[in-house]
Design a binder for this molecule. Structure first.
Ligand code: ADP
Ligand code: MN
Ligand code: MN
Ligand code: MN
Ligand code: MN
Length: 360
C-alpha cells in the first residue's frame, strides 16, 4: 500500500475503540441520495432517538443544492430503508429522493419519473436483474495492483490466483455488506481485467431495481473507502486499453416467465429493435457518448450503430440466454447499458418500449 493510501485510510485499529463506545442516541441514519451528475451518490448522517420501524418513521431532511449558480435548499425524502452494514444494527441506510421545497421532484431526480411508469405497468410484474461491472484503482490513479501501465496481463474472466485477479477482498466484503443490508445481491465474479469485478443484483420488481442498485453502489464506494482504493464505474476505465465496463440488464414479465413466454420475449426484442438510439441516449449519463467508445463489437460487445440480437451469443445488443431458449420461457438480457448508467433510466426505457409500446 502506498504512503498516500495508508495515511488516507487512517488507523482502523484505533477506530475500533471509538466505535465500541456506547452512546445515548438510539440510531444513526445515513441518508443517501444520487447527486446532480446522475453518476455519484452522496450521504450524511443524522441521529434518531428511536430505531425507525419503517420508512415512515424516518424524517425528511434537507441539503444545499446548486441551482442556476444559486445554492438552494432541497428536501431529502426517504424512500427505502436498509440495515447499515457499517455501523450495524439498529442503524440504517436510507435512500432518498431529492425534491424542491414545493415538493416537485428536481430535474435530475430520475427515480420519481421511473416510479410513475413502474406503477402504470405493475400488473405485468416486471422483474430486472443488473450486472454491475467496475474497476478498482489505487489513490495514485493506477489500476489497483498493476505493476505498471505497460504490464502485459492475460485477460481471464472469473479468474482465480494472485497473478490473475487483484482486489477480491473488495468483491467479497461488498457482497457480505450487501447481504447484511438487505440488498438483493445474487452473485459476483472477477471480470477480464485483473482489477475489474462484477456483482449482480436481482431479480427485483419495478422501482426496487434502481433502489437496490444505487444502495449497492453506495456500499461499494464505502467498502472501497475502507480499503483505501477507488471503484470506477467508467464505461472505458483505462485509457489505451480496450476493456470496458457494462451493466447488462436482464428483464422479464410474468408472461415471459410463464410457459410459452418465449414469444413475449421475442416481441419485446422486436420493439427494442425499433428504438435502438432512444435507448442508447439513456444507457449512459452522457447521452450515448460513453457507449460510443464502449460498444465497438470487440470483446463481447455489440456495435453502437446497429441493433442486433441472438440466442446464446454475446456480441449482440440483446441476448436470449441459451437455457431460456431451451426452456421456452424466462427473460432476456439487454447488454447495452454502460456501467455508469442510471438504473432508473434503463428500467424505465425498457418498460416504455416493451410494455407501453412507446414510439418515436
Ligand atoms: P451473465 O450470464 O449475462 O453473466 P449473470 O449471471 O451475471 O448473467 O446475471 C444474471 C442476472 O439475471 C442476475 O442479475 C439475475 O438477477 C437476473 N435474472 C435472473 N432471472 C431473471 C428474470 N426472470 N427476470 C429478470 N432478471 C433475471
Ligand atoms: Mn451545514
Ligand atoms: Mn454477468
Ligand atoms: Mn461481465
Ligand atoms: Mn451479462
Amino acid at each position: 500500500m502506498s504512503f498516500l493510501s495508508e495515511s488516507l485510510c487512517l488507523h482502523k485499529t484505533v477506530r475500533k475503540h471509538y466505535l465500541s463506545l456506547s452512546s445515548v442516541a438510539e440510531c444513526l441514519v445515513t441518508y443517501v441520495w444520487v447527486d446532480k451528475t446522475g453518476e455519484r451518490v452522496r450521504s450524511k448522517i443524522k441521529s434518531l432517538n428511536e430505531e425507525p420501524a419503517g420508512i415512515r418513521d424516518i424524517p425528511e431532511w434537507s441539503v444545499g443544492w446548486m441551482i442556476d449558480e444559486l445554492s438552494t435548499e432541497v428536501i431529502l425524502v426517504p424512500v427505502r430503508m436498509f440495515r447499515d452494514p457499517f455501523f450495524l444494527d439498529p442503524n440504517k441506510l436510507v435512500l432518498c429522493e431529492v425534491l424542491y421545497n414545493s415538493y416537485e421532484p428536481i430535474e435530475s431526480n430520475q427515480r420519481s419519473k421511473c416510479a410513475k411508469v413502474m406503477e402504470e405497468v405493475k400488473e405485468f410484474q416486471p422483474w430486472f436483474g443488473m450486472e454491475q461491472e467496475y474497476t478498482v484503482f489505487g489513490l495514485d490513479g493506477e489500476p489497483f495492483g498493476w505493476p505498471s501501465q505497460e504490464w502485459t496481463f492475460t485477460r481471464v474472466s472469473c479468474g482465480v490466483g494472485i497473478d490473475k485477479v487483484f482486489g477480491r477482498d473488495i468483491s467479497i466484503c461488498h457482497y457480505k455488506a450487501c447481504l447484511y443490508a438487505g440488498v438483493k445481491i445474487c452473485g459476483t465474479n472477477a471480470e477480464s481485467l485483473p482489477s475489474q469485478w462484477e456483482f449482480q443484483v436481482g431479480p427485483c420488481e419495478g422501482i426496487e431495481m434502481g433502489d437496490h442498485l444505487w444502495i449497492a453502489r453506495y456500499i461499494l464506494h464505502h467498502v472501497c473507502e475502507d480499503f483505501g482504493v477507488v471503484a470506477s464505474l467508467d464505461a472505458k476505465p483505462i485509457k489505451g486499453i480496450d476493456a470496458t465496463s457494462g451493466c447488462h440488464t436482464n428483464f422479464s414479465t410474468l408472461e415471459m416467465r410463464s410457459e410459452g413466454g418465449l414469444q413475449f420475449i421475442k416481441e419485446a426484442i422486436r420493439r427494442l429493435g425499433k428504438r435502438h438510439f432512444q435507448h442508447l441516449q439513456v444507457y449512459d449519463p452522457h447521452g450515448g457518448a460513453d457507449n460510443m467508445t464502449r460498444l465497438t463489437s470487440q470483446r463481447s460487445t455489440s456495435s453502437f450503430h446497429d441493433f442486433s440480437t441472438a440466442t446464446a451469443c454475446r456480441n449482440v445488443s440483446v441476448r436470449i440466454p441459451g437455457y431460456v431458449s431451451r426452456r421456452g420461457c424466462g427473460y432476456f438480457e439487454d447488454r447495452r447499458p454502460a456501467a455508469n448508467c442510471d438504473p432508473y433510466m434503463v428500467t424505465r426505457a425498457l418498460v416504455e418500449t416493451c410494455l407501453l409500446e412507446a414510439t418515436g
